[in-house]
Design a binder for this molecule. Structure first.
Ligand SMILES: [Zn+2]
Length: 511
């Protein structure tokens, strides 16, 4: 059997509309982490996809007078188009409407659970939020409305459903989460999940076909649809060919599932219980990230404040948006987004600081015929970035920390060149050598700052390779797996040849 891969996933997006900036955030977090993990010697399998069944999709398609599959194809394409403009490095895209790849695995998982007597049929009466596509208990509601969908009527439901015995597994799941065998990040979400699990009851595992005709039928009972947990959560297995061949075993246990905090319950409680029932290893970790907000309010279709990411990508390019979102949203909290802020991040932090440094260093180096980069002073500018520490902070998924530290070094480099004035020193025979050493040192610094930015400023990294050509940067890629040794060597090389072709590519953009 081939080697175990580092398996990282996003939640599958619900394509009943075009993607908004919040969708961009999740895939961007996942992409940066996938690229960083590739940088630290792991073979990465990065999966994303779309959750296509459900009443909301069907109703929207009907409202638009479209065939459900045409409607979905259109929206799924919009997601894929955004991912491609963001240069997202996923390997697998799973669609839950895929009858060849997804259906057989889902039915197999359900059968295994049924074989354990973990699924039973019972009358259900309660509430259903079509916005969330999930059942609600009385205490989930505020003023008889769903907390996340206060503008929608809650549906009262009385029907016969299949149920999954979550209660049978909850103590085991609590134990695994407490011991961090299934780690929930951040800590605050872990505590919320432990509290939820204490009182967890069995969960509805199907809907009658009469009320939900668009989904995967329950085997041997076609009047029922397997909505929603067995259908949606099983994507983490079916995307890897579960039910069809043995490839899925190469990604077990899953290393990291990345989800919005409002769906953490399904991933922290339901999914591990389902896996215990089917005798499949639990994932190692769940990262429940925060919301993207607009003036402090959660961004979303139903709140009416969704921002279209395509405009931002077209105007500024992929890197500035990625940098902005990862810099402003910590992995353990919410973060605000505005086009104003993106403009200022672009003009001051990227053009004014990073590209300004690259431009100054490359132009002067070209002018003064500098042919190598060299670490001249003994002070260790990169002590926060001993490449071994990258694996440490990856444990906290802390791209914000990473970008702040790196940005600090960019500023320090700009201050250094301003203070040293190599353009003046070069003209004086007594200080000419100092000017040369200053630029050689800054070429070394730019090399390492470029390496550090490679998983995030993906397009910029390719451009820098052309401006400051050195075989060391040519070694590296964050799209394919690079061995840890190559990265470590590239980072630690203290003297190397360069060939400079300076050019100014970027300039400020007006708001
Ligand atoms: Zn809701």
């Amino acid at each position: 059997m081939s080697q175990k891969k580092f398996y990282i996933t996003t939640a599958i997006a619900y394509p009943n509309w075009k993607p908004h900036m919040g969708h961009a955030l999740e895939i961007i977090i996942a992409d940066a982490l996938a690229r960083m993990h590739r940088m630290t010697w792991k073979e990465v399998e990065f999966q994303t996809g779309t959750d296509e069944h459900g009443i909301k999709n069907r109703r929207t398609a009907q409202k638009e007078w479209k065939n459900i599959l045409d409607f979905l194809d259109e929206n799924v394409l919009a997601f894929q188009d955004m991912y491609s403009k963001l240069n997202i490095s996923y390997n697998t895209f799973v669609r839950t409407s895929d009858q060849k790849k997804h259906y057989p695995g889902v039915q197999k998982i359900r059968q295994k659970m049924a074989d354990k007597w973990d699924i039973y049929k019972q009358a259900y009466s309660g509430f259903y939020c079509a916005g969330c596509e999930s059942f609600k208990t009385e205490k989930d509601l505020v003023n008889e409305k769903c907390i996340d969908h206060p503008n929608q009527e809650i549906e009262k439901i009385e029907e016969e459903n299949y149920f999954f015995k979550l209660s049978k597994y909850k103590d085991q799941v609590i134990d695994l989460i407490k011991k961090d065998k299934y780690k929930i990040f951040p800590e605050i979400r872990k505590n919320e999940m432990l509290a939820f699990l204490e009182n967890a009851r069995d969960i509805s595992f199907s809907r009658p076909k009469s009320s939900l005709p668009w989904g995967i039928p329950v085997p041997k009972d076609e009047e029922h649809i397997m909505y929603v947990w067995c259908d949606a959560l099983s994507n983490y297995l079916t995307g890897q060919w579960y039910g069809l061949n043995e490839n899925w075993k190469n990604t077990r246990p899953a290393d990291l599932h990345i989800v919005w905090k409002d769906i953490q319950r399904f991933h922290a409680a339901f999914w591990p219980a389902m896996l215990l029932s089917t005798d499949i290893d639990l994932p190692k970790e769940l990262l429940a990230h925060g919301f993207l907000t607009v003036n402090g309010n959660k961004m979303g279709k139903s709140t009416g404040n969704a921002i279209n990411p395509m405009e931002a990508i077209e105007k500024y390019g992929r890197d500035p948006l990625v940098f902005n979102l990862l810099y402003d949203v910590a992995s353990d909290g919410d973060g605000d987004f505005s086009m104003n802020r993106l403009n200022s991040v672009y003009n001051s932090m990227l053009i004014g600081s990073w590209w300004n440094l690259v431009n100054r260093v490359s132009k002067l180096s070209e002018k003064f015929w500098i042919t190598k980069g060299k670490l001249w002073n003994n002070e260790n500018w990169f002590k926060d970035f001993n490449i071994n520490t990258i694996s440490d902070f990856l444990k906290n998924h802390d791209t914000k920390w990473y970008l702040e530290k790196r940005y600090h070094l960019v500023q320090k480099s700009n201050e250094y060149i301003t203070k040293e004035e190599p353009w003046i020193k070069y003209k004086n025979e007594n200080t000419k050598i100092e000017a040369i050493e200053c630029l050689e040192f800054l070429l070394y610094v730019v090399k390492n700052l470029s390496i550090l930015s490679a998983p995030i400023l993906v397009d910029s990294f390719e451009k820098i390779k052309n401006i400051i050509w050195t075989n060391i940067l040519d070694w590296l890629s964050t799209e394919t797996n690079t061995s840890f040794e190559i990265w470590e060597n590239a980072f630690n090389v203290t003297e190397f040849n360069v060939n400079i072709h300076s050019e100014i590519i970027y300039s400020r953009i007006e708001e």
